[in-house]
Design a protein around this ligand. Structure first.
Ligand SMILES: Nc1ncnc2c1ncn2[C@@H]1O[C@H](COP(=O)(O)OP(=O)(O)OP(=O)(O)O)[C@@H](O)[C@H]1O
Length: 312
């Protein structure tokens, strides 16, 4: 079913959007793991080949694409979108596959958590008969009013520049931008086990630290020195500073963490993908249609930029 959908998307890109894969590379990304029921499984290699069968293209990883969006080739990407959080270390464009961490939580869990906070803290009463009105309102509050608390409370919290002073919820209650629950929502990214009730799930700071420390000692400083935030759920004001503080507290004191955010976190994979598609030296990682026809779909594994460097 997923491959039928992929075929449909590919058809839309080539026919509806009139993209011409014959004259430009088409980067595709795939997840390193899939969830089957409650079990996580490594995404089978044959899936990448199957994608290639559909598109004769190159298979990359959204984390690596986000790093390209910053014009760098070495660093750690922390990417949190709507349903997935992942930390992806890359050295000289190579993804260090065995150090990638991926967990199934993201923006939609934060929206649900915000709903709980508003119910308990301001007595918000969602009206379930109104379809997704309630969900859309919670998402709008999250995206426009919420911020990230700082570890160092002597620092002023950043406020959300998009926030006006107040927001009226569908039940008529009015929220004020200073309200504490608006700074509490994003805490769930740092404490998913306690706040999202996800047993054994680590926060993004622990995932990132584990990803860095799982790599060779020679490159730890390079990775920690270029940590890039990507994905819509990294847009909360104050996120860079908070992640930097968290990582600095967890990493050995000799390693300095430097955190930045890509220009448009929600579109970083697209931006990076377009950069990859136009980089002359990375075009050699593409599989052409002629190569596909001569060597078959498995040839994609010799070309993917998502290869692990064995010595790392
Ligand atoms: N300004 C913002 N502040 C906080 N969260 C935001 C903001 N803008 C968007 N988001 C959240 O980011 C999430 C979408 O991010 P993104 O587009 O990166 O995800 P995705 O690629 O669709 O998801 P995934 O890869 O996890 O399946 C949504 O939950 C959205 O509410």
């Amino acid at each position: 079913m997923a491959f039928q959908l992929l075929a449909f998307i590919y058809q839309c890109v080539t026919q509806e959007l009139a993209a011409r894969p014959a004259s430009t590379g088409v980067p595709m990304h795939h997840f390193s793991e899939v969830r089957v029921g409650s079990v996580r499984e490594t995404c089978p290699h044959k899936n990448a080949a199957h994608c290639a069968e559909l598109a004769y293209a190159e298979v990359a990883h959204s984390g690596s694409l986000a790093l390209y969006a910053t014009n760098s080739r070495t660093g750690l990407v922390i990417e949190v979108g709507d349903g997935v959080a992942q930390t992806v270390p890359l050295y000289d464009s190579y993804m260090i596959f065995n150090a990638v961490k991926r967990r199934d939580f993201g923006g939609r869990d934060l929206t649900a958590y915000l709903g709980e906070l508003l119910r308990t803290e301001v007595g918000y009463k969602p009206d379930n008969s109104k379809g997704d009105v309630d969900w859309r309102a919670l998402t709008a509050v999250k995206e426009s009013m919420c911020r990230v608390r700082q570890r160092d409370t002597t620092n002023h919290e950043d406020t959300n520049p998009a926030a006006s002073g107040t927001y009226q919820l569908p039940d008529g209650k009015v929220l004020h931008r200073e309200q504490d629950c608006l700074a509490q929502c994003a805490e769930a990214l740092f404490q998913p086990a306690r706040l999202l009730k996800r047993d054994e799930e680590e926060g993004i700071q622990k995932m990132a630290t584990d990803s860095i420390l799982a790599c060779s000692r020679d490159i730890l400083k390079d990775l920690a020195g270029n940590i890039v935030l990507s994905g819509g759920s990294m847009l909360f004001p104050g996120m860079c500073r908070r992640v930097e503080q968290e990582l600095q507290a967890l990493l050995p004191s000799t390693i300095k963490a430097a955190v930045s955010r890509v220009a448009s976190p929600a579109y970083a994979a697209f931006t990076g993908g377009s950069i990859v598609a136009s980089m002359p030296d990375l075009q050699k990682t593409f599989m052409t249609k002629a190569e596909y026809e001569e060597y078959g779909a498995a040839f994609i594994h010799t070309r993917s930029v998502s290869l692990t460097k064995p010595q790392l």
